[in-house]
Design a protein around this ligand. Structure first.
Ligand SMILES: [Zn+2]
Length: 238
């Protein structure tokens, strides 16, 4: 293998390793999303427990009031029957029963209004409970999905990384130390890319036209041509 070819292969391996590192970092930030989801779920579970408690209480209250209403209505029917039967002789007594009946009707109206309010509150609480339960389920599914995807991806990347690191070692052994030093220095200075591929007759990175001297150097097994403009090593097939 020509030196420049080994160097170019090394560049490809290093660029891919950089990309893998970035992907792994993205996975780390998806762990933040997981934590956020977990926190949301914890809060939702608490809210749901409280909602259930509220719904239970409201149902019980409503049941109590229904019972009270039944009692009231029974009592009113008794009074109405009593009045209709004509068994009360005294006008004052009739008046008294009518007054009581009037009072009961008033209380019944109030109770019915209270029950209506209670039913609205109950409906609202049940709706909220259902909403939160749906949200909790969605979060649970999303979290499982993320966890599975992340685990698969992480494993795949780790495998590729291990293989690349081995390849990297082999390539570095093919290159003289001073070339490696130049390569590393250039890479650090030029955004991770020390070797550019020739495209047509241009440097693939800075697009400057290459010279005939570079073409000659490319044919030399030990030649290491560099771009006159950006300073990168230049690789091309010969
Ligand atoms: Zn260049």
């Amino acid at each position: 293998m020509r030196l420049i070819e080994a160097l170019y292969q090394l560049q490809l391996v290093d660029s891919r390793l950089d990309a893998i590192r970035r992907e792994l970092e993205t996975l780390d930030s998806s762990e933040e999303e997981q934590q956020e989801l977990e926190q949301q779920m914890e809060q939702l579970s608490k809210d749901i427990a409280r909602d259930k408690q509220t719904v239970r209480q409201l149902r019980q209250e409503l049941l109590d009031q229904e019972l009270e209403l039944d009692n009231m209505e029974a009592k009113m029917r008794q009074m109405e029957d009593l009045l209709a039967s004509g068994s009360i002789r005294s006008g004052r007594e009739v008046e008294q029963v009518q007054k009581e009946l009037e009072e009961l009707r008033r209380r019944k109206d109030m109770l019915e209004n209270k029950m209506l309010e209670l039913m609205i509150r109950l409906e609202e609480s049940e709706r909220l409970l259902k909403e939160r339960e749906t949200q909790l389920n969605q979060n649970r599914q999303r979290l499982a999905e993320i966890r599975q995807q992340t685990a698969i991806l992480r494993e795949k990347l780790a495998e590729e990384q291990a293989a690349l690191l081995m390849e990297r070692e082999q390539l570095r052994q093919m290159l003289p130390p001073e070339v490696l030093t130049r390569y590393e220095r250039l890479k650090a200075r030029l955004g991770g890319v020390a070797v550019a591929k020739i495209e047509g007759n241009l440097c693939g990175m800075c697009r400057v036209t290459i010279t005939a001297e570079i073409i000659r150097a490319l044919r030399d097994p030990d030649g290491l041509p560099t771009c006159e403009n950006c300073g990168r090593f230049l690789y091309g097939e010969v």
